[in-house]
Design a protein around this ligand. Structure first.
Ligand SMILES: Nc1nc2c(ncn2[C@@H]2O[C@H](COP(=O)(O)OP(=O)(O)OP(=O)(O)O)[C@@H](O)[C@H]2O)c(=O)[nH]1
Length: 289
Protein backbone atom coordinates (compact mmCIF):
# COMPACT_ATOMS: atom_id res chain seq x y z
CA UNK A 1 0.00 0.00 0.00
CA UNK A 2 1.38 3.41 -0.96
CA UNK A 3 2.41 5.79 1.75
CA UNK A 4 -0.55 8.04 1.07
CA UNK A 5 -3.21 5.37 0.65
CA UNK A 6 -3.88 5.17 4.37
CA UNK A 7 -4.58 8.88 4.54
CA UNK A 8 -7.23 8.81 1.85
CA UNK A 9 -10.02 9.28 4.34
CA UNK A 10 -8.38 12.36 5.79
CA UNK A 11 -8.02 13.87 2.36
CA UNK A 12 -11.49 14.98 1.68
CA UNK A 13 -11.60 16.62 -1.70
CA UNK A 14 -11.54 19.52 -1.79
CA UNK A 15 -9.90 19.42 1.60
CA UNK A 16 -10.26 22.21 4.07
CA UNK A 17 -7.07 23.71 5.46
CA UNK A 18 -8.07 22.60 8.96
CA UNK A 19 -8.04 18.94 7.96
CA UNK A 20 -4.23 19.01 7.74
CA UNK A 21 -4.09 18.76 11.51
CA UNK A 22 -1.46 17.39 13.86
CA UNK A 23 -2.88 13.85 13.69
CA UNK A 24 -2.47 13.87 9.94
CA UNK A 25 1.16 14.93 10.20
CA UNK A 26 1.88 12.41 12.97
CA UNK A 27 0.53 9.61 10.77
CA UNK A 28 2.60 10.84 7.87
CA UNK A 29 5.74 10.89 9.99
CA UNK A 30 5.06 7.33 11.13
CA UNK A 31 4.55 6.16 7.55
CA UNK A 32 7.89 7.67 6.52
CA UNK A 33 9.60 5.87 9.39
CA UNK A 34 8.00 2.61 8.22
CA UNK A 35 9.51 3.23 4.78
CA UNK A 36 12.95 3.19 6.52
CA UNK A 37 13.55 6.91 6.13
CA UNK A 38 14.68 7.05 9.77
CA UNK A 39 13.32 9.01 12.71
CA UNK A 40 15.34 12.23 12.39
CA UNK A 41 14.83 12.53 8.64
CA UNK A 42 11.11 11.78 8.90
CA UNK A 43 10.62 14.40 11.63
CA UNK A 44 12.58 16.95 9.62
CA UNK A 45 10.75 16.21 6.35
CA UNK A 46 7.34 16.54 7.99
CA UNK A 47 8.36 19.78 9.74
CA UNK A 48 9.38 21.19 6.36
CA UNK A 49 6.17 19.90 4.78
CA UNK A 50 4.07 21.62 7.44
CA UNK A 51 5.82 24.92 6.79
CA UNK A 52 5.35 24.62 3.05
CA UNK A 53 1.73 23.58 3.33
CA UNK A 54 0.95 26.55 5.58
CA UNK A 55 2.96 29.03 3.56
CA UNK A 56 1.42 27.97 0.27
CA UNK A 57 -2.03 27.22 1.69
CA UNK A 58 -1.93 23.72 0.22
CA UNK A 59 -5.27 22.01 0.69
CA UNK A 60 -5.40 19.33 -2.01
CA UNK A 61 -4.02 15.81 -1.76
CA UNK A 62 -1.98 16.07 -4.93
CA UNK A 63 -0.42 19.39 -3.90
CA UNK A 64 0.63 18.05 -0.50
CA UNK A 65 2.01 14.90 -2.16
CA UNK A 66 4.01 17.00 -4.57
CA UNK A 67 5.38 19.16 -1.78
CA UNK A 68 6.60 16.08 0.07
CA UNK A 69 8.06 14.67 -3.16
CA UNK A 70 9.98 17.92 -3.63
CA UNK A 71 11.30 17.87 -0.07
CA UNK A 72 12.49 14.25 -0.24
CA UNK A 73 14.01 14.73 -3.70
CA UNK A 74 15.92 17.77 -2.42
CA UNK A 75 17.23 15.71 0.48
CA UNK A 76 18.49 13.07 -1.97
CA UNK A 77 20.15 15.53 -4.30
CA UNK A 78 23.70 15.54 -2.95
CA UNK A 79 26.91 15.13 -4.94
CA UNK A 80 27.17 13.79 -8.47
CA UNK A 81 25.08 10.69 -9.20
CA UNK A 82 27.22 9.85 -12.25
CA UNK A 83 30.40 7.75 -12.04
CA UNK A 84 33.66 9.61 -12.55
CA UNK A 85 35.31 7.65 -15.36
CA UNK A 86 37.34 10.55 -16.68
CA UNK A 87 40.73 8.80 -16.82
CA UNK A 88 42.05 5.62 -18.41
CA UNK A 89 42.04 3.58 -16.33
CA UNK A 90 39.49 4.75 -13.78
CA UNK A 91 39.28 2.61 -10.68
CA UNK A 92 36.24 1.74 -8.58
CA UNK A 93 36.48 -0.14 -5.29
CA UNK A 94 33.23 -1.92 -4.48
CA UNK A 95 32.78 -2.37 -0.75
CA UNK A 96 30.12 -3.53 1.69
CA UNK A 97 29.31 -6.27 4.18
CA UNK A 98 28.84 -9.81 2.96
CA UNK A 99 25.70 -10.79 1.10
CA UNK A 100 24.57 -7.29 0.13
CA UNK A 101 25.15 -7.94 -3.58
CA UNK A 102 28.67 -6.68 -4.31
CA UNK A 103 29.66 -9.39 -6.79
CA UNK A 104 26.30 -9.28 -8.55
CA UNK A 105 26.42 -5.49 -8.81
CA UNK A 106 29.94 -5.60 -10.23
CA UNK A 107 28.76 -8.04 -12.91
CA UNK A 108 25.80 -5.84 -13.81
CA UNK A 109 27.92 -2.69 -13.81
CA UNK A 110 30.57 -4.33 -16.01
CA UNK A 111 27.84 -5.29 -18.48
CA UNK A 112 26.42 -1.75 -18.49
CA UNK A 113 29.83 -0.10 -18.96
CA UNK A 114 30.78 -2.53 -21.70
CA UNK A 115 27.56 -1.70 -23.53
CA UNK A 116 28.59 1.95 -23.29
CA UNK A 117 31.76 1.02 -25.19
CA UNK A 118 34.16 0.82 -22.24
CA UNK A 119 36.90 -1.75 -21.82
CA UNK A 120 36.36 -3.19 -18.35
CA UNK A 121 38.55 -5.33 -16.09
CA UNK A 122 37.37 -7.02 -12.91
CA UNK A 123 39.74 -7.43 -9.97
CA UNK A 124 38.90 -10.41 -7.74
CA UNK A 125 39.84 -8.68 -4.49
CA UNK A 126 37.76 -10.94 -2.25
CA UNK A 127 40.31 -13.69 -1.66
CA UNK A 128 38.89 -14.48 1.77
CA UNK A 129 35.61 -16.16 0.92
CA UNK A 130 35.93 -19.48 -0.83
CA UNK A 131 34.40 -19.29 -4.32
CA UNK A 132 34.15 -15.48 -4.38
CA UNK A 133 36.62 -15.29 -7.31
CA UNK A 134 34.83 -18.16 -9.10
CA UNK A 135 31.56 -16.28 -8.79
CA UNK A 136 33.17 -13.10 -10.12
CA UNK A 137 34.67 -15.06 -13.00
CA UNK A 138 31.21 -16.26 -14.01
CA UNK A 139 30.06 -12.64 -14.11
CA UNK A 140 33.14 -11.65 -16.13
CA UNK A 141 32.23 -14.33 -18.70
CA UNK A 142 28.59 -13.26 -18.79
CA UNK A 143 29.52 -9.62 -19.29
CA UNK A 144 32.36 -10.46 -21.68
CA UNK A 145 35.03 -8.55 -19.75
CA UNK A 146 38.53 -9.32 -18.43
CA UNK A 147 39.27 -10.56 -14.92
CA UNK A 148 42.44 -10.76 -12.85
CA UNK A 149 42.38 -13.28 -10.02
CA UNK A 150 44.65 -15.32 -7.82
CA UNK A 151 44.11 -18.27 -5.54
CA UNK A 152 41.92 -18.17 -2.45
CA UNK A 153 43.87 -16.76 0.48
CA UNK A 154 46.14 -14.62 -1.72
CA UNK A 155 46.88 -11.04 -0.69
CA UNK A 156 44.08 -8.81 -2.09
CA UNK A 157 46.64 -6.03 -2.44
CA UNK A 158 48.68 -8.21 -4.79
CA UNK A 159 45.59 -8.96 -6.89
CA UNK A 160 44.84 -5.25 -7.12
CA UNK A 161 48.46 -4.48 -8.01
CA UNK A 162 48.31 -7.04 -10.84
CA UNK A 163 44.94 -5.72 -11.99
CA UNK A 164 46.19 -2.15 -12.23
CA UNK A 165 49.31 -3.29 -14.14
CA UNK A 166 47.12 -5.32 -16.53
CA UNK A 167 44.74 -2.40 -16.96
CA UNK A 168 47.59 -0.08 -17.95
CA UNK A 169 49.09 -2.64 -20.33
CA UNK A 170 45.74 -3.42 -21.98
CA UNK A 171 44.48 0.15 -22.25
CA UNK A 172 41.53 -0.63 -20.00
CA UNK A 173 38.98 2.10 -19.29
CA UNK A 174 37.60 0.92 -15.95
CA UNK A 175 38.82 -1.42 -13.22
CA UNK A 176 36.06 -2.68 -10.92
CA UNK A 177 37.54 -4.19 -7.76
CA UNK A 178 35.58 -6.64 -5.64
CA UNK A 179 36.47 -6.69 -1.93
CA UNK A 180 35.82 -8.98 1.00
CA UNK A 181 32.63 -8.39 2.97
CA UNK A 182 33.91 -10.19 6.00
CA UNK A 183 37.33 -10.90 7.46
CA UNK A 184 38.38 -12.32 10.83
CA UNK A 185 37.09 -9.12 12.39
CA UNK A 186 35.84 -5.69 11.44
CA UNK A 187 39.17 -3.98 12.17
CA UNK A 188 40.92 -6.27 9.72
CA UNK A 189 38.35 -5.51 7.07
CA UNK A 190 38.69 -1.75 7.46
CA UNK A 191 42.50 -1.98 7.49
CA UNK A 192 42.42 -3.99 4.31
CA UNK A 193 40.20 -1.47 2.54
CA UNK A 194 42.54 1.33 3.59
CA UNK A 195 45.46 -0.68 2.20
CA UNK A 196 43.70 -1.20 -1.13
CA UNK A 197 43.06 2.52 -1.38
CA UNK A 198 46.74 3.21 -0.75
CA UNK A 199 47.71 0.82 -3.54
CA UNK A 200 45.41 2.64 -5.95
CA UNK A 201 46.84 6.01 -4.87
CA UNK A 202 50.37 4.73 -5.37
CA UNK A 203 49.96 2.74 -8.58
CA UNK A 204 47.39 4.94 -10.30
CA UNK A 205 47.87 8.36 -8.69
CA UNK A 206 46.08 10.29 -11.41
CA UNK A 207 43.21 7.87 -11.90
CA UNK A 208 39.61 8.91 -11.33
CA UNK A 209 38.59 6.94 -8.26
CA UNK A 210 35.28 5.78 -6.93
CA UNK A 211 34.56 3.95 -3.68
CA UNK A 212 31.06 2.56 -3.96
CA UNK A 213 29.28 1.14 -0.94
CA UNK A 214 26.77 -1.59 -1.75
CA UNK A 215 23.77 -1.56 0.59
CA UNK A 216 20.93 -4.06 0.76
CA UNK A 217 17.62 -2.15 0.82
CA UNK A 218 16.04 -4.87 2.94
CA UNK A 219 18.32 -4.21 5.92
CA UNK A 220 16.62 -0.92 6.81
CA UNK A 221 18.26 1.21 9.49
CA UNK A 222 21.38 -0.97 9.46
CA UNK A 223 22.29 0.69 6.19
CA UNK A 224 22.97 4.00 7.92
CA UNK A 225 25.24 2.35 10.50
CA UNK A 226 27.18 0.55 7.75
CA UNK A 227 27.48 3.72 5.69
CA UNK A 228 28.85 5.67 8.69
CA UNK A 229 31.50 3.03 9.39
CA UNK A 230 32.62 2.60 5.80
CA UNK A 231 32.69 6.33 5.16
CA UNK A 232 34.93 6.87 8.13
CA UNK A 233 37.50 4.25 7.18
CA UNK A 234 37.31 3.89 3.42
CA UNK A 235 35.75 7.18 2.29
CA UNK A 236 32.73 6.89 0.00
CA UNK A 237 31.89 8.48 -3.33
CA UNK A 238 28.57 6.73 -3.88
CA UNK A 239 26.08 4.06 -3.00
CA UNK A 240 24.63 1.15 -4.94
CA UNK A 241 21.28 0.24 -3.37
CA UNK A 242 20.38 -3.38 -4.12
CA UNK A 243 17.27 -5.55 -3.78
CA UNK A 244 14.80 -2.75 -4.45
CA UNK A 245 12.75 -5.27 -6.43
CA UNK A 246 11.37 -6.71 -3.18
CA UNK A 247 9.09 -5.07 -0.66
CA UNK A 248 11.79 -2.82 0.79
CA UNK A 249 11.34 0.87 0.13
CA UNK A 250 14.99 1.75 0.70
CA UNK A 251 14.12 5.06 2.38
CA UNK A 252 17.33 4.79 4.41
CA UNK A 253 19.28 6.34 1.53
CA UNK A 254 17.52 9.64 2.27
CA UNK A 255 18.96 9.60 5.79
CA UNK A 256 22.37 8.64 4.38
CA UNK A 257 22.32 11.43 1.80
CA UNK A 258 21.29 13.87 4.54
CA UNK A 259 23.82 12.85 7.15
CA UNK A 260 26.79 11.73 5.07
CA UNK A 261 26.26 13.70 1.85
CA UNK A 262 26.90 10.59 -0.23
CA UNK A 263 24.85 10.22 -3.44
CA UNK A 264 23.14 7.03 -4.57
CA UNK A 265 24.55 6.17 -8.02
CA UNK A 266 22.81 2.92 -8.97
CA UNK A 267 19.94 0.74 -7.82
CA UNK A 268 19.68 -3.05 -8.14
CA UNK A 269 16.29 -4.32 -9.22
CA UNK A 270 16.85 -8.06 -9.54
CA UNK A 271 19.41 -10.79 -10.00
CA UNK A 272 19.75 -10.52 -13.78
CA UNK A 273 22.56 -8.82 -15.68
CA UNK A 274 20.30 -5.99 -16.87
CA UNK A 275 18.84 -5.30 -13.43
CA UNK A 276 20.98 -2.30 -12.51
CA UNK A 277 19.77 1.23 -13.20
CA UNK A 278 21.28 4.66 -12.70
CA UNK A 279 19.60 6.27 -9.71
CA UNK A 280 16.84 8.75 -10.42
CA UNK A 281 15.90 10.62 -7.22
CA UNK A 282 12.50 11.77 -8.46
CA UNK A 283 11.51 8.31 -9.65
CA UNK A 284 12.70 6.79 -6.37
CA UNK A 285 10.65 9.25 -4.35
CA UNK A 286 7.57 8.63 -6.51
CA UNK A 287 7.87 4.90 -5.81
CA UNK A 288 8.39 5.55 -2.11
CA UNK A 289 5.22 7.59 -1.81
N1 LIG B 1 16.42 -9.64 -5.71
C1 LIG B 1 17.65 -9.18 -5.81
N2 LIG B 1 18.67 -9.96 -5.44
C2 LIG B 1 19.93 -9.47 -5.55
C3 LIG B 1 20.19 -8.16 -6.03
N3 LIG B 1 21.54 -7.98 -6.00
C4 LIG B 1 22.08 -9.13 -5.53
N4 LIG B 1 21.13 -10.03 -5.24
C5 LIG B 1 21.27 -11.38 -4.69
O1 LIG B 1 21.85 -11.30 -3.40
C6 LIG B 1 22.65 -12.45 -3.12
C7 LIG B 1 24.04 -12.01 -2.66
O2 LIG B 1 24.68 -11.36 -3.74
P1 LIG B 1 26.27 -11.35 -3.92
O3 LIG B 1 26.54 -10.52 -5.12
O4 LIG B 1 26.82 -12.71 -3.86
O5 LIG B 1 26.67 -10.57 -2.60
P2 LIG B 1 28.13 -10.17 -2.09
O6 LIG B 1 27.97 -8.86 -1.42
O7 LIG B 1 29.11 -10.25 -3.18
O8 LIG B 1 28.39 -11.29 -1.03
P3 LIG B 1 29.81 -11.79 -0.43
O9 LIG B 1 30.64 -12.16 -1.61
O10 LIG B 1 29.42 -12.95 0.43
O11 LIG B 1 30.39 -10.67 0.36
C8 LIG B 1 22.67 -13.25 -4.42
O12 LIG B 1 21.73 -14.29 -4.31
C9 LIG B 1 22.23 -12.24 -5.47
O13 LIG B 1 21.60 -12.85 -6.58
C10 LIG B 1 19.06 -7.33 -6.40
O14 LIG B 1 19.16 -6.16 -6.81
N5 LIG B 1 17.83 -7.91 -6.27
Amino acid sequence: MGLFAKFKEAWLKPMSFDSLNEGFYDDLEEALILADVGMDTAVDAVAQLKKRAYAKLLTHEEDVKNALRDILTEKLSVGDPALDLSTRPSVALIIGVNGVGKTTSIGKLAHRLKNEGKKVLLCAGDTFRAAAADQLEIWAERAGVDIVRQNEGADPGAVLFDSLAAAKARNTDVVLCDTAGRLHNKDNLMKELAKLRKIIDREAPNAAKETLLVLDATTGQNGLIQARQFKETAGLTGIILTKLDGTAKGGIVIAIAQELQVPVKFVGLGEGIDDLRPFDAREFVNDLI
